[in-house]
Design a binder for this molecule. Structure first.
Ligand code: SF4
Ligand code: SF4
Length: 57
């Protein structure tokens, strides 16, 4: 699943805008991914300018 490193994320919103299934949300100053609906396409991982997203497991 996609893991968010909240210490690196600066909430630029780029990953939110590229997710084709719209499962990334900014919620109370944290990034939240709906892992049930994520297709693991990795678009968010590739687009993040600070590498705050990675796939694990
Ligand atoms: S891996 Fe793809 S589907 Fe999953 S959160 Fe990232 S952009 Fe969205
Ligand atoms: S693209 Fe990266 S830095 Fe920007 S909101 Fe997403 S995880 Fe955070």
């Amino acid at each position: 699943m996609i893991v968010i490193k909240n210490d690196l994320c600066d909430f630029c919103g780029t990953c939110v805008s590229v997710c084709p299934v719209d499962v990334i949300e900014l919620y109370e100053a944290r990034l939240v991914i709906d892992h049930e609906k994520c297709t693991e396409c990795l678009k968010c991982v590739k687009v993040c300018p600070v590498r705050a997203l990675e796939i694990q497991g």
